[in-house]
Design a protein. Structure first.
Length: 388
């Protein structure tokens, strides 16, 4: 990569493709729309990250707009100045970074510095990485190319992880306390309890152990969804039969059978999906409708058009409660969103969206005919890779 200069006072150095000679800055000194034999050259101001280049003497010859924004150092105040003055970085222990690393006088085999968190005067944090450009592997440094990034995105990720840990720790504490308390009581006073009392305590322990298992499963699902490693074991799935199984389970746990209304439009397209993941989606949506909604819960299973004019199956779950406020519609499928204060981790719908999209489907939320929340997901017709 060749870097051209129109002089020490240039606003930036146009970055050329290998083998192309830069034409220099625009006549007024502003970033130029330079072109070369093979097309336009790269304008440093077009880069999303901060770019700082120092020459062989350690003076700044390029300081793009992103660098000025990230560091809050005006471009004019940086160009032509020694690097340690234009960009006075310190590590987290307060040591001056350029004196510590000594890019021009240090090891001749060093090729750069990996990205790390450094501080500017006033405590402003920046992520800094550097590349030492040499004409020969052990020759002197001819250019020092520095990349700068803000820390906002990393901070948001760290806050999200911290919130996830805090949420899961809170949700785990209650069932684990119950399991520990009941088992300790049973072990210490087994003979004092009747069979019915023992059964009640053991059923409570079993239910809380299942709750812990669900939380761990949610964590694993989030990890796989975020990393794109969610595995699907596709096979033919009868969505209407899956809906019936979930309703039977809910009625067996005390829900009134007449609270559910199922509409199935036959014939349905053959859907190849992961049955366990589909059960997870249906279970979450139906549980949300029962827990947070009111009135009749309507489930409709019908053919629906999918992407690329391919047929698929749509499942719609709606209730007759107060619904989801319009201002919250865009956050329903984000982490930690809760529709009410009735507990839960707020991770279920985030996982549901990830599972549906992993199948190549879509999921939407809106207001149902009865005024409550309406969730609709569509699974496209597909087949396993070995049958394609």
């Amino acid at each position: 990569m060749a870097v051209g200069m129109s002089g020490p006072q240039a606003t930036h150095a146009p970055v050329a493709r290998p083998g192309a000679a830069p034409d220099g800055a625009a006549p007024d000194g502003a970033p130029g729309a330079d072109t070369g034999p093979g097309g336009p050259l790269l304008d440093p101001d077009d880069l999303p990250d901060g770019l700082v280049i120092a020459d062989e003497t350690g003076r700044v010859i390029c300081f793009n707009a992103a660098a000025a924004r990230i560091t809050a150092v005006p471009r004019a105040a940086a160009l032509g100045r020694p690097l340690e003055h234009a960009l006075p970085l310190e590590d987290l222990k307060g040591r001056r970074w350029w004196e510590l690393t000594d890019p021009y006088g240090g090891l001749a085999t060093r090729v750069g510095q990996p990205e790390r968190n450094l501080l500017l005067p006033g405590g402003r944090e920046v992520l800094v990485s550097a590349r030492y450009v040499r004409e020969s592997p052990t020759g002197p440094v001819r250019r020092l190319v520095i990349s700068l990034r803000g820390t906002e995105a990393r901070r948001r990720t760290e806050r999200s992880h911290a919130e996830l840990i805090a949420t899961v720790a809170h949700e785990l504490r209650s069932p684990l306390t119950s399991v520990k308390g009941f088992t300790a009581t049973l072990l210490a006073k087994w003979e004092r309890f009747t069979d019915d009392q023992k059964r009640l305590m053991l059923e409570t322990v079993y239910a809380d152990a299942n709750r812990v298992t669900r939380l761990i499963t949610e964590l694993l699902d989030i990890s796989r969804i975020d990393s794109g490693r969610l595995e699907l074991r596709r096979q033919p799935v009868d969505l209407s039969a899956a809906v019936e199984r979930h309703i039977q389970a809910l009625t067996a746990n005390g829900q009134a059978p007449d609270r559910f209304l199922v509409r199935t439009c036959q014939p349905l397209p053959a859907v190849w999906a992961d049955p366990d993941k589909v059960d997870q989606v249906l279970g979450n949506l139906l549980e949300n409708a029962v827990r947070h909604g009111e009135g009749t819960v309507t489930i409709e299973v019908a053919p629906a058009p999918a992407k690329s004019d391919e047929k698929g199956t749509a499942v719609t779950v709606s209730d007759e409660g107060t619904g989801i406020p319009e201002e919250s519609m865009g956050r329903v499928f984000t982490r930690f969103w809760r529709g009410s204060k009735r507990g839960g981790t707020g991770l279920g719908l985030y996982i549901v969206k990830g599972i549906v999209e992993a199948h190549g489907g879509t999921i939407t939320v809106g207001r149902g005919p009865g005024g409550g929340a309406e969730f609709r997901f569509i699974l496209p017709v597909s087949t396993p890779a070995y049958m394609q």
